[in-house]
Design a protein around this ligand. Sequence first.
Ligand SMILES: *Cc1c(COP(=O)(O)O)cnc(C)c1O
Length: 370
Amino acid sequence: MSNSPILVTRSSMPPLEEFVREIEPLWESHWLTNMGEKHHQLERSLKEYLGVENIALFTNGHSALECVFEAMGLHGKVITTPYTFASTTHAIVRKGLTPVFADIRPDDYTLDPGLIEDLIDEDTCAIVPVHVYGNLCDVDAIQDIADRHGLKVIYDAAHAFGVRRGDVSSASFGDASMFSFHATKVFNTIEGGAVCFRDPGLRDLLNQWKNFGITGPEDVEYVGGNAKMNEFCAAMGICNLRHLDDEIAKRRVVAERYWEHLDGVAGIRVCRPKEGTTSNYAYLPVVFEDEFGSTRDDVYMALKREGVFSRKYFYPLITDFACYRGRFDSSSTPVAAHVADRVLTLPMYADLPLDEVDHICRVTLGLSKR
Ligand SMILES: *Cc1c(COP(=O)(O)O)cnc(C)c1O
């Protein structure tokens, strides 16, 4: 086993020569950003990979989410999950919308569709669920509710790139899905993001909004922002996409090894892909129930002493953030609060050696008091 620290993730990178080959034409064109050749090429490749008609690229996933809320003209309340990364809720709040938190399901930690309808009132405009850890939400039940109440559905699919149900990609559900291509995600463009959307009428809006609302050489129609993906990031994406299926296959071997050790142990809950879905093995969340005998924090510290840096992801719950304290109440989402207090995501990346996985599991299981 190596003596260097094991971090929770490690960014996928193509061979250096491949990236150099990809960026070489930029020294000819001197076109570095503003929807250049690499940008268009990545858009085309992603449409094909995801099997979607409509996509817009962004400088990061968070801007993509803010932009799609704005382009859709949302106002009022949005039903969402507190069990997510800061970005989801921040995007809602920063766009002047009011988040209304529904609890999550205890098995896959996604928004519980059974709890959504009671929270809908005349001010509700949309549902913003998260395919957390790459676990697909109950997209059919959510769509059914949205259709009955005339609501938009925008998925935070930041974790779900490459996930499919049957042969339908995670990009195809709801009115729009946001992906993050941040360095820590399964597919990265260093920093980057995208929105896949159903209504082709959104394309111009999204592309103008990410470029200051400029609609023509002498026209600025919207008060837009700036969130364009540059050519170097697009080139990184083009390269990484070529290797993605191999990377996911390697992640799968790592995940299976963890589950061999941990699944079925008293007091330990792991998340395995559901029947009929193809996972991207983005994260390795483990929930330590009281029955395990040691707490999540005990495991976190024991691993840290071994040079293994796991992450309390997601803890604290969004509703307990200092910036939201007093405005929201985590007691209204008890399942999310329970999971946030007990979850640890273990190191997970394509090149994580299996003997390190064995070691991590040995340290973890050594804390079982059963
Ligand atoms: C990473 C992430 C985002 C934000 O993506 P960036 O590309 O980092 O802006 C949003 N939501 C979730 C759930 C994420 O994990």
